[in-house]
Ligand binder design. Structure first.
Ligand code: FE
Length: 207
């Protein structure tokens, strides 16, 4: 058994103009695929050959296998990224997630400001996340291939890719505009709500 490249959950053109077809073709079809392929090369013939991707990421971290951690972490993070985006996204959450944003960030505007500061301020490559840590929501960022699932006690709700390959074709060096487009137009709050439910044991799987 090998790790598979999950199909994009929408057409390549579905996020335009905020994220172009060309970006999605390269980002999913080349970058993400390469991480999946390299993970499979590295686990072939090892005790992780039949493991699921989350297990591979966590074992690689525990064992200090940095090359495998980088490839597997990137494979998992990109799968989570595509689900963190949607056509006609943006706006804000409803229900419990809206209440949690209110108490932990002073609402959607406070969250937006906090997330943008983290994503724009993050140096070089990495990922910006909304996570649940215990009873609190937090915005964090991780470097390079590091993944929130490798952090004890943290449940990822949403992510944004901060590597230049995520935005350079559409925004060149303008990362702040890319972050604005995510927060305003493509962020998938339904996905975040499902992940929060799963984290609290009200659903079995984060779809
Ligand atoms: Fe990427």
């Amino acid at each position: 058994m090998a790790i598979a490249l999950p199909p994009l959950p929408y057409d390549h053109s579905a996020l335009a103009p905020h994220m172009s077809s060309r970006t999605l073709e390269f980002h999913h079809g080349k970058h993400h695929k390469a991480y999946v392929d390299k993970t499979n090369e590295l686990i072939r013939g090892t005790d992780l050959e039949n493991a699921d991707l989350v297990t591979i990421v966590r074992r690689a971290r525990e064992r200090g296998e940095q090359q495998l951690f980088n490839q597997a972490g990137q494979a998992w993070n990109h799968d989570f990224l595509w689900q963190s985006l949607r056509p006609a996204g943006g706006g804000g959450p409803s229900g419990e997630l809206a209440e949690r944003l209110e108490s932990d960030f002073d609402g959607i505007d406070g969250f937006t400001e906090r997330f943008k500061a983290e994503a724009v301020g993050h140096f070089a490559s990495g990922w910006a996340w909304l996570v649940a840590r215990g009873e609190r929501l937090e915005v964090i960022s991780t470097h390079d291939a590091d993944s929130a699932i490798a952090h004890e006690g943290v449940v990822p709700l949403l992510v944004l890719d901060l590597w230049e390959h995520a935005y350079y074709l559409d925004y060149q060096n303008r990362r702040p505009d890319f972050v604005d487009a995510y927060l305003g137009n493509t962020i998938n709050w339904d996905f975040a709500a499902r992940n929060l439910d799963a984290a609290r044991g009200r659903a079995s799987v984060a779809a």
